[in-house]
Design a protein around this ligand. Structure first.
Ligand code: SF4
Length: 390
């Protein structure tokens, strides 16, 4: 049970198979990129004056984040990189160490679990604390630290006896910092989190259950279920590329990471395209067999080929007709209805479309159109519902 730390909270919500291997993961190297570790070190140095080195990129990110740090530091006494212990049985917490990170977990007592807050701000007179977790970020990156922050809020409340904890994620971009997931937990919320975590930790160890938390699971490299997902890529991505410690990310760390990403992208795109083709073929086979593929909400994923038409520039008279409408600017190697709309407006283009169609100056082709569609039963049930409401 000691192997659980706050950073594993998301995995714990859907799977506890990895808890079977007691304490093994506490010694695992700290996850994260070199740049991320440098940013954390520099942020710690900003608060407690410790020594830290970082690349220019890391310094830029910390500089961009500094105004936010100043804002939260005004709220009370700051503690950087504080490691905490919590006992699920007694529902009691304590401070383990400051500035030691994961190294402090060696001092966890049997039955205790641990967690480290990147920054804790204590306003004891108000019985309130603030917890900040720093995450590397770039526009478009999805960062979800909510479960980790909920656990840290619990640990902080129990360690310092405060009844309210406000948590937030400090998103550190290359030249921009911002807050995310700002949330306040009161006495009752913290009680609820304590019960939740105690129950999760007391669950009998079960088989691996994959879910979004696999991303943060300490067991990921060894887990048969997670391994199977990686193996599924083995036929398109060479093993030596998967073995590198890089990950596809919007936060490009260094030149080696950039090179790896550029090599991976065509492989991933090819794989995605192949998966899409196979998925549509599966849906089509089911549709032809009379048992369409069905989504969980009841919609059927089917192919309803549609006919699309385009102006046939190769037909004698087509170009002249388009010119007569003043739409010659839309003619390149070919043209489309969209281009004609843009050139002469929808109304005039609509009239031109009818003229071209009636004169046989268009080409048509049938193309596949896969979509999830509501069944007639679903549509009439909705209509009936509306009827009742009105
Ligand atoms: S990687 Fe495996 S053990 Fe870890 S959370 Fe996912 S399924 Fe569970």
């Amino acid at each position: 049970m000691r192997a659980f730390t706050a950073s594993h909270s998301a995995a714990l919500t859907h799977c506890n198979a990895w808890l079977a291997d007691d304490a093994r993961w506490l010694d695992a190297p700290r996850p994260g990129t070199t740049l991320g570790i440098q940013k954390h070190g520099l942020m710690q140095a900003e608060v407690d004056g410790s020594d830290a080195e970082g690349s220019e990129k890391a310094h830029d990110a910390v500089g961009a984040f500094r105004p936010l740090l100043d804002e939260v530091a005004m709220l009370g006494d700051t503690i950087a990189e504080v490691s905490l212990a919590w006992s699920p049985v007694a529902d009691e917490g304590r401070e383990l160490a400051r500035g030691e990170g994961r190294g402090a977990y060696a001092r966890l007592q049997p039955g205790e679990v641990g967690g480290t807050a990147d920054l804790c701000v204590l306003a004891v007179a108000e019985s309130k604390a603030y917890v900040v977790d720093y995450k590397s970020w770039a526009p478009g990156v999805d960062v979800d630290a909510r479960e980790q922050l909920r656990t840290l809020a619990l640990f902080v409340s129990r360690a310092y006896g405060v009844e309210e904890v406000e948590v937030r994620t400090g998103l550190m971009g290359e030249s921009e910092g911002k807050w995310a997931d700002v949330e306040t937990f009161d006495y009752f919320d913290l009680e609820q989190i304590a019960v939740e975590r105690a129950e999760q930790l007391a669950r009998p160890i079960g088989p691996p259950v994959p879910g979004p938390g696999c991303r943060w699971c300490p067991h990921r490299a060894d887990c048969a279920v997670a391994r199977a997902a990686v193996d599924a890529l083995a036929d398109t991505v060479p093993a030596e590329m998967l073995a590198r410690s890089h990950k596809l990310s919007l936060d490009v760390v260094d030149d080696a990471h950039m090179e790896w990403q550029l090599a991976m992208i065509p492989l991933v795109l090819a794989r995605t395209e192949a998966v899409l083709v196979a998925t549509k073929a599966y849906a089509e086979r089911k549709q032809q067999a009379g048992t369409p593929a069905v989504f969980a909400d009841g919609r059927e994923y089917t192919n309803q080929p549609t006919t699309v038409e385009r102006p046939a520039l190769e037909e004698l008279g087509a170009i002249e007709t388009i010119r007569d409408y003043g739409a010659e600017g839309a003619i390149r190697m070919s043209t489309s209805w969209d281009a004609l709309d843009k050139e002469i407006g929808k109304e005039k283009a609509g009239e031109l479309r009818r003229v071209l169609h009636d004169a046989g100056l268009t080409r048509s082709r049938v193309q596949d159109s896969f979509r999830a569609r509501k069944t007639p039963e679903m549509k009439s049930a909705k209509k009936r519902g509306k009827g009742r409401a009105s």
